[in-house]
Write a protein that binds this ligand. Sequence first.
Ligand SMILES: [Zn+2]
Length: 400
Amino acid sequence: MTTTRLPQVPLFEIRGSPRTMGRMLGEQAGDLIRDMLYTYRSFMQQASGFSWAEAVRESHNYLPYAQAAYPQYVEEIVGIAEGAGVSFQDAWLLNCYEGVAEDQKLMACTSIAANDDVTADGHVYLGHNEDWIGGDSQHVYLVRATPDDGPAFLSVSYGPMLCNLGFNAAGIGVGINSIYPTDVRVGVPQVVLSRAVLAAERLSDALRACLHDRRASGYNHLLADRSGEIFSVESSATRHDVLYAHEGWLAHTNHYLSERLQAIEQRFVYASSTVRLRRAERLLRRLRRLAGALSLEGLQTILRDHVSYPDSICKHEVMTDAPHDRSRTLISMIMDLTELTMWVAPGPPCCGEYVPHRLESAAAPPKSDAAVPARQPQTGSEGELRFWSDATRAVLGQSG
Ligand SMILES: [Zn+2]
Protein backbone atom coordinates (compact mmCIF):
# COMPACT_ATOMS: atom_id res chain seq x y z
CA MET A 1 0.00 0.00 0.00
CA THR A 2 1.27 3.44 -0.86
CA THR A 3 0.57 6.53 1.16
CA THR A 4 -0.29 9.73 -0.66
CA ARG A 5 0.03 13.15 0.90
CA LEU A 6 -0.57 15.97 -1.52
CA PRO A 7 1.27 19.28 -1.11
CA GLN A 8 -0.84 22.13 0.21
CA VAL A 9 -2.15 24.77 -2.14
CA PRO A 10 -0.04 27.97 -2.38
CA LEU A 11 -1.52 31.14 -0.88
CA PHE A 12 -0.75 34.57 -2.34
CA GLU A 13 -1.45 37.91 -0.61
CA ILE A 14 -2.46 40.91 -2.70
CA ARG A 15 -3.72 44.42 -1.91
CA GLY A 16 -4.32 47.80 -3.50
CA SER A 17 -5.86 49.01 -6.75
CA PRO A 18 -7.06 46.53 -9.39
CA ARG A 19 -3.88 47.01 -11.45
CA THR A 20 -1.64 46.67 -8.38
CA MET A 21 -3.45 43.60 -7.08
CA GLY A 22 -3.20 42.00 -10.52
CA ARG A 23 0.50 42.78 -10.74
CA MET A 24 1.18 41.36 -7.27
CA LEU A 25 -0.68 38.19 -8.21
CA GLY A 26 1.12 37.90 -11.55
CA GLU A 27 4.51 38.24 -9.87
CA GLN A 28 3.79 35.62 -7.20
CA ALA A 29 1.94 33.15 -9.45
CA GLY A 30 4.09 33.75 -12.54
CA ASP A 31 5.32 30.17 -12.90
CA LEU A 32 1.77 28.78 -12.60
CA ILE A 33 0.42 31.34 -15.09
CA ARG A 34 3.10 30.69 -17.70
CA ASP A 35 2.71 26.92 -17.33
CA MET A 36 -1.08 27.11 -17.71
CA LEU A 37 -0.69 29.14 -20.90
CA TYR A 38 1.80 26.60 -22.22
CA THR A 39 -0.57 23.73 -21.38
CA TYR A 40 -3.62 25.33 -23.01
CA ARG A 41 -1.62 26.20 -26.13
CA SER A 42 -0.92 22.49 -26.51
CA PHE A 43 -4.60 21.51 -26.76
CA MET A 44 -6.43 24.69 -27.86
CA GLN A 45 -6.93 23.46 -31.43
CA GLN A 46 -8.31 20.14 -30.26
CA ALA A 47 -10.50 21.68 -27.54
CA SER A 48 -11.94 24.62 -29.46
CA GLY A 49 -11.29 24.04 -33.16
CA PHE A 50 -9.29 27.28 -33.18
CA SER A 51 -5.54 27.78 -33.47
CA TRP A 52 -4.13 29.84 -30.60
CA ALA A 53 -4.06 32.98 -32.80
CA GLU A 54 -7.66 32.41 -33.89
CA ALA A 55 -8.75 31.83 -30.30
CA VAL A 56 -7.06 35.09 -29.24
CA ARG A 57 -8.96 36.95 -31.99
CA GLU A 58 -12.19 35.27 -30.91
CA SER A 59 -11.67 36.31 -27.31
CA HIS A 60 -11.21 39.96 -28.36
CA ASN A 61 -14.92 40.04 -29.22
CA TYR A 62 -15.74 39.74 -25.50
CA LEU A 63 -13.47 42.55 -24.40
CA PRO A 64 -15.68 45.60 -25.12
CA TYR A 65 -18.50 44.06 -23.09
CA ALA A 66 -16.23 43.37 -20.13
CA GLN A 67 -14.71 46.87 -20.34
CA ALA A 68 -18.15 48.47 -20.39
CA ALA A 69 -19.41 46.37 -17.46
CA TYR A 70 -16.36 46.00 -15.22
CA PRO A 71 -13.31 47.95 -16.44
CA GLN A 72 -11.64 47.40 -13.05
CA TYR A 73 -11.46 43.62 -13.62
CA VAL A 74 -10.04 44.04 -17.12
CA GLU A 75 -7.45 46.25 -15.42
CA GLU A 76 -6.79 43.46 -12.92
CA ILE A 77 -6.02 41.08 -15.81
CA VAL A 78 -3.72 43.70 -17.34
CA GLY A 79 -1.85 43.70 -14.02
CA ILE A 80 -1.76 39.88 -13.86
CA ALA A 81 -0.21 39.77 -17.34
CA GLU A 82 2.34 42.49 -16.47
CA GLY A 83 3.34 40.77 -13.24
CA ALA A 84 3.74 37.37 -14.89
CA GLY A 85 5.49 38.75 -17.98
CA VAL A 86 2.91 37.35 -20.42
CA SER A 87 0.78 39.13 -23.01
CA PHE A 88 -2.58 40.55 -21.98
CA GLN A 89 -4.14 38.88 -25.01
CA ASP A 90 -3.09 35.44 -23.80
CA ALA A 91 -4.25 36.10 -20.24
CA TRP A 92 -7.56 37.49 -21.51
CA LEU A 93 -8.13 34.43 -23.70
CA LEU A 94 -8.04 32.09 -20.72
CA ASN A 95 -10.59 34.29 -18.94
CA CYS A 96 -12.87 33.72 -21.98
CA TYR A 97 -11.99 30.04 -22.37
CA GLU A 98 -15.47 28.66 -21.72
CA GLY A 99 -16.90 30.94 -24.42
CA VAL A 100 -14.17 30.30 -26.98
CA ALA A 101 -14.07 26.51 -26.38
CA GLU A 102 -17.85 26.40 -26.20
CA ASP A 103 -18.09 22.90 -27.64
CA GLN A 104 -16.13 21.43 -24.76
CA LYS A 105 -18.51 19.87 -22.26
CA LEU A 106 -16.81 19.20 -18.96
CA MET A 107 -19.20 17.82 -16.35
CA ALA A 108 -17.40 19.67 -13.63
CA CYS A 109 -18.01 20.83 -10.08
CA THR A 110 -20.31 19.91 -7.21
CA SER A 111 -21.48 22.57 -4.77
CA ILE A 112 -23.34 22.17 -1.45
CA ALA A 113 -24.48 24.64 1.18
CA ALA A 114 -26.05 24.31 4.62
CA ASN A 115 -27.17 27.01 7.01
CA ASP A 116 -27.58 27.42 10.76
CA ASP A 117 -30.98 25.68 10.71
CA VAL A 118 -29.31 22.34 9.98
CA THR A 119 -25.67 22.54 11.12
CA ALA A 120 -24.51 21.18 14.46
CA ASP A 121 -22.47 24.27 15.34
CA GLY A 122 -24.93 26.82 13.95
CA HIS A 123 -22.46 27.92 11.29
CA VAL A 124 -23.25 28.59 7.62
CA TYR A 125 -21.19 26.47 5.23
CA LEU A 126 -20.67 26.55 1.48
CA GLY A 127 -18.75 23.57 0.05
CA HIS A 128 -17.41 23.23 -3.46
CA ASN A 129 -15.38 20.71 -5.42
CA GLU A 130 -13.64 22.56 -8.24
CA ASP A 131 -13.47 20.06 -11.10
CA TRP A 132 -11.65 21.03 -14.26
CA ILE A 133 -8.93 19.86 -16.63
CA GLY A 134 -6.57 17.60 -14.66
CA GLY A 135 -3.44 19.39 -15.85
CA ASP A 136 -4.63 22.47 -13.98
CA SER A 137 -3.97 20.79 -10.64
CA GLN A 138 -0.51 22.36 -10.95
CA HIS A 139 -1.98 25.83 -11.56
CA VAL A 140 -4.36 26.21 -8.59
CA TYR A 141 -3.74 28.65 -5.76
CA LEU A 142 -5.44 30.65 -3.02
CA VAL A 143 -5.59 34.43 -2.95
CA ARG A 144 -6.11 36.59 0.11
CA ALA A 145 -6.99 40.03 -1.25
CA THR A 146 -7.43 43.44 0.34
CA PRO A 147 -8.75 45.75 -2.40
CA ASP A 148 -8.64 49.54 -2.00
CA ASP A 149 -12.33 49.49 -2.85
CA GLY A 150 -14.69 46.82 -1.62
CA PRO A 151 -14.46 44.02 0.91
CA ALA A 152 -11.42 41.84 1.45
CA PHE A 153 -11.85 38.32 0.08
CA LEU A 154 -10.35 34.84 0.16
CA SER A 155 -10.53 33.07 -3.17
CA VAL A 156 -9.41 30.12 -5.23
CA SER A 157 -8.13 30.70 -8.73
CA TYR A 158 -5.71 29.29 -11.25
CA GLY A 159 -3.28 30.57 -13.86
CA PRO A 160 -4.16 34.06 -15.14
CA MET A 161 -7.84 33.72 -14.26
CA LEU A 162 -9.64 36.35 -12.24
CA CYS A 163 -10.55 35.20 -8.75
CA ASN A 164 -14.03 33.78 -9.13
CA LEU A 165 -14.71 31.39 -6.24
CA GLY A 166 -14.63 32.13 -2.55
CA PHE A 167 -16.07 34.49 0.02
CA ASN A 168 -15.60 38.04 1.23
CA ALA A 169 -15.52 40.03 4.46
CA ALA A 170 -19.25 40.75 4.12
CA GLY A 171 -19.75 37.01 4.64
CA ILE A 172 -20.93 36.36 1.08
CA GLY A 173 -19.67 33.17 -0.58
CA VAL A 174 -19.99 31.82 -4.11
CA GLY A 175 -19.46 28.42 -5.73
CA ILE A 176 -19.97 28.05 -9.47
CA ASN A 177 -21.07 25.18 -11.69
CA SER A 178 -20.69 25.08 -15.48
CA ILE A 179 -24.01 24.59 -17.28
CA TYR A 180 -24.86 24.34 -20.97
CA PRO A 181 -27.60 26.61 -22.37
CA THR A 182 -28.35 27.08 -26.07
CA ASP A 183 -28.47 30.90 -26.01
CA VAL A 184 -24.74 31.61 -25.61
CA ARG A 185 -23.52 34.82 -27.24
CA VAL A 186 -20.62 37.23 -27.16
CA GLY A 187 -20.88 39.29 -23.98
CA VAL A 188 -19.40 39.60 -20.50
CA PRO A 189 -17.54 36.33 -19.68
CA GLN A 190 -18.96 34.38 -16.74
CA VAL A 191 -15.62 34.54 -14.92
CA VAL A 192 -15.79 38.35 -14.85
CA LEU A 193 -19.27 38.22 -13.33
CA SER A 194 -18.14 35.78 -10.65
CA ARG A 195 -15.28 38.13 -9.81
CA ALA A 196 -17.89 40.85 -9.31
CA VAL A 197 -19.77 38.62 -6.85
CA LEU A 198 -16.67 38.61 -4.62
CA ALA A 199 -16.96 42.42 -4.43
CA ALA A 200 -20.62 42.37 -3.33
CA GLU A 201 -21.35 44.00 0.03
CA ARG A 202 -24.86 42.55 0.20
CA LEU A 203 -26.68 39.54 -1.21
CA SER A 204 -28.82 41.59 -3.55
CA ASP A 205 -25.63 43.00 -5.11
CA ALA A 206 -24.33 39.45 -5.53
CA LEU A 207 -27.50 38.40 -7.36
CA ARG A 208 -27.30 41.45 -9.60
CA ALA A 209 -23.67 40.66 -10.44
CA CYS A 210 -24.58 37.09 -11.48
CA LEU A 211 -27.34 38.41 -13.74
CA HIS A 212 -25.68 41.25 -15.65
CA ASP A 213 -27.91 41.96 -18.65
CA ARG A 214 -25.14 41.45 -21.21
CA ARG A 215 -23.71 38.19 -19.91
CA ALA A 216 -22.21 35.87 -22.51
CA SER A 217 -23.67 32.70 -21.04
CA GLY A 218 -24.48 31.50 -17.56
CA TYR A 219 -23.36 29.53 -14.56
CA ASN A 220 -25.12 28.20 -11.60
CA HIS A 221 -23.94 30.45 -8.80
CA LEU A 222 -24.53 28.84 -5.43
CA LEU A 223 -24.64 31.91 -3.18
CA ALA A 224 -24.74 31.92 0.60
CA ASP A 225 -24.16 34.51 3.27
CA ARG A 226 -23.37 34.47 6.95
CA SER A 227 -27.00 35.21 7.88
CA GLY A 228 -27.89 31.79 6.47
CA GLU A 229 -29.58 32.80 3.22
CA ILE A 230 -28.76 30.32 0.42
CA PHE A 231 -29.68 30.78 -3.25
CA SER A 232 -28.92 28.86 -6.41
CA VAL A 233 -28.87 31.43 -9.19
CA GLU A 234 -29.30 29.47 -12.42
CA SER A 235 -28.56 31.58 -15.47
CA SER A 236 -28.10 31.41 -19.19
CA ALA A 237 -27.29 34.40 -21.41
CA THR A 238 -30.91 35.56 -21.50
CA ARG A 239 -32.80 33.66 -18.81
CA HIS A 240 -32.48 33.00 -15.12
CA ASP A 241 -34.21 31.53 -12.13
CA VAL A 242 -33.39 31.75 -8.44
CA LEU A 243 -33.84 28.67 -6.24
CA TYR A 244 -33.98 29.03 -2.48
CA ALA A 245 -32.87 26.72 0.36
CA HIS A 246 -36.25 26.32 2.05
CA GLU A 247 -34.99 23.37 4.12
CA GLY A 248 -31.68 24.99 5.04
CA TRP A 249 -29.51 23.31 2.41
CA LEU A 250 -28.96 23.11 -1.33
CA ALA A 251 -26.80 21.12 -3.73
CA HIS A 252 -26.03 21.82 -7.38
CA THR A 253 -24.02 20.23 -10.19
CA ASN A 254 -24.01 20.81 -13.97
CA HIS A 255 -27.62 20.70 -15.12
CA TYR A 256 -30.51 23.08 -14.63
CA LEU A 257 -33.12 22.33 -11.97
CA SER A 258 -35.52 25.09 -13.03
CA GLU A 259 -38.00 24.19 -15.78
CA ARG A 260 -37.61 27.72 -17.16
CA LEU A 261 -33.92 27.03 -17.84
CA GLN A 262 -34.36 23.38 -18.80
CA ALA A 263 -36.34 24.63 -21.81
CA ILE A 264 -33.13 26.04 -23.33
CA GLU A 265 -30.63 23.48 -22.04
CA GLN A 266 -28.43 21.69 -24.59
CA ARG A 267 -29.77 18.20 -25.15
CA PHE A 268 -27.42 15.52 -24.03
CA VAL A 269 -27.26 13.06 -21.16
CA TYR A 270 -26.17 14.74 -17.95
CA ALA A 271 -25.28 11.38 -16.43
CA SER A 272 -22.40 12.33 -14.12
CA SER A 273 -24.13 15.55 -13.09
CA THR A 274 -27.37 13.74 -12.22
CA VAL A 275 -25.64 11.07 -10.15
CA ARG A 276 -23.54 13.61 -8.23
CA LEU A 277 -26.53 15.82 -7.50
CA ARG A 278 -28.76 13.01 -6.23
CA ARG A 279 -25.92 11.52 -4.20
CA ALA A 280 -25.11 14.87 -2.58
CA GLU A 281 -28.76 15.52 -1.76
CA ARG A 282 -29.19 12.06 -0.25
CA LEU A 283 -26.03 12.34 1.82
CA LEU A 284 -27.07 15.77 3.11
CA ARG A 285 -30.41 14.31 4.25
CA ARG A 286 -28.88 11.12 5.61
CA LEU A 287 -26.02 12.70 7.52
CA ARG A 288 -28.41 15.15 9.06
CA ARG A 289 -30.84 12.42 10.06
CA LEU A 290 -28.24 10.02 11.44
CA ALA A 291 -26.07 12.56 13.20
CA GLY A 292 -28.88 14.94 14.20
CA ALA A 293 -27.28 17.83 12.34
CA LEU A 294 -24.72 18.50 9.63
CA SER A 295 -21.13 18.92 10.73
CA LEU A 296 -18.05 20.27 9.00
CA GLU A 297 -16.74 16.73 8.88
CA GLY A 298 -20.00 15.48 7.38
CA LEU A 299 -19.71 18.03 4.58
CA GLN A 300 -16.12 16.91 3.96
CA THR A 301 -17.41 13.34 3.73
CA ILE A 302 -19.84 14.35 1.00
CA LEU A 303 -17.11 16.09 -1.01
CA ARG A 304 -14.96 12.94 -0.70
CA ASP A 305 -17.71 10.60 -1.87
CA HIS A 306 -16.82 7.94 -4.46
CA VAL A 307 -20.18 6.58 -5.61
CA SER A 308 -19.98 6.19 -9.42
CA TYR A 309 -16.18 6.54 -9.25
CA PRO A 310 -14.37 8.07 -11.14
CA ASP A 311 -17.38 10.21 -12.19
CA SER A 312 -18.04 10.78 -8.50
CA ILE A 313 -18.41 13.92 -6.38
CA CYS A 314 -14.72 13.41 -5.60
CA LYS A 315 -13.84 13.26 -9.26
CA HIS A 316 -10.86 11.38 -10.66
CA GLU A 317 -9.28 11.42 -14.09
CA VAL A 318 -9.88 8.79 -16.75
CA MET A 319 -6.43 8.57 -18.26
CA THR A 320 -7.70 7.32 -21.63
CA ASP A 321 -9.58 10.62 -22.19
CA ALA A 322 -7.89 13.37 -24.23
CA PRO A 323 -5.86 15.74 -22.01
CA HIS A 324 -8.35 18.62 -22.42
CA ASP A 325 -11.29 16.34 -21.55
CA ARG A 326 -9.59 14.67 -18.60
CA SER A 327 -11.29 16.31 -15.62
CA ARG A 328 -10.77 15.79 -11.91
CA THR A 329 -11.32 17.62 -8.65
CA LEU A 330 -8.49 20.15 -8.60
CA ILE A 331 -9.25 21.55 -5.18
CA SER A 332 -11.99 21.11 -2.59
CA MET A 333 -13.16 23.81 -0.22
CA ILE A 334 -15.67 24.35 2.54
CA MET A 335 -16.25 28.00 3.37
CA ASP A 336 -17.33 28.67 6.94
CA LEU A 337 -19.13 31.95 6.35
CA THR A 338 -19.74 32.39 10.08
CA GLU A 339 -16.05 32.25 10.98
CA LEU A 340 -14.85 33.64 7.60
CA THR A 341 -12.60 30.61 7.20
CA MET A 342 -12.02 28.41 4.16
CA TRP A 343 -11.18 24.74 4.73
CA VAL A 344 -9.13 23.69 1.71
CA ALA A 345 -7.94 20.29 0.51
CA PRO A 346 -5.86 19.82 -2.62
CA GLY A 347 -7.76 17.61 -5.03
CA PRO A 348 -9.02 15.02 -5.22
CA PRO A 349 -9.92 15.58 -1.55
CA CYS A 350 -9.94 11.85 -0.72
CA CYS A 351 -6.15 12.07 -0.92
CA GLY A 352 -5.56 15.19 1.12
CA GLU A 353 -6.37 16.99 4.34
CA TYR A 354 -8.64 19.98 4.76
CA VAL A 355 -6.61 22.85 6.21
CA PRO A 356 -8.23 26.08 7.48
CA HIS A 357 -7.32 29.48 6.06
CA ARG A 358 -8.81 32.55 7.65
CA LEU A 359 -9.67 35.70 5.76
CA GLU A 360 -7.62 37.69 8.25
CA SER A 361 -4.18 38.68 7.00
CA ALA A 362 -1.09 36.52 7.27
CA ALA A 363 0.02 38.70 10.18
CA ALA A 364 -2.34 36.62 12.29
CA PRO A 365 -2.04 33.06 10.94
CA PRO A 366 -4.73 30.66 12.09
CA LYS A 367 -3.52 28.77 15.12
CA SER A 368 -5.70 25.88 13.98
CA ASP A 369 -3.26 25.27 11.08
CA ALA A 370 -1.16 23.31 13.53
CA ALA A 371 -4.13 21.64 15.13
CA VAL A 372 -5.59 19.81 12.15
CA PRO A 373 -6.26 16.27 13.28
CA ALA A 374 -3.86 13.80 11.75
CA ARG A 375 -5.44 11.67 9.06
CA GLN A 376 -4.19 8.50 7.49
CA PRO A 377 -4.74 8.58 3.75
CA GLN A 378 -5.16 5.11 2.40
CA THR A 379 -4.86 4.34 -1.25
CA GLY A 380 -5.42 0.84 -2.43
CA SER A 381 -6.13 0.20 -6.06
CA GLU A 382 -7.44 3.28 -7.89
CA GLY A 383 -11.00 1.98 -7.80
CA GLU A 384 -10.89 1.39 -4.09
CA LEU A 385 -9.51 4.75 -3.05
CA ARG A 386 -11.01 5.49 0.35
CA PHE A 387 -10.25 8.13 2.90
CA TRP A 388 -12.65 8.27 5.81
CA SER A 389 -11.91 9.39 9.33
CA ASP A 390 -13.13 7.08 12.11
CA ALA A 391 -16.02 9.41 12.93
CA THR A 392 -17.06 9.67 9.31
CA ARG A 393 -16.81 5.93 8.85
CA ALA A 394 -19.00 5.45 11.91
CA VAL A 395 -21.70 7.66 10.41
CA LEU A 396 -21.48 6.24 6.91
CA GLY A 397 -21.13 2.71 8.21
CA GLN A 398 -24.76 2.86 9.18
CA SER A 399 -25.70 3.98 5.70
CA GLY A 400 -23.90 1.32 3.73
ZN1 LIG B 1 -11.40 10.67 -4.58
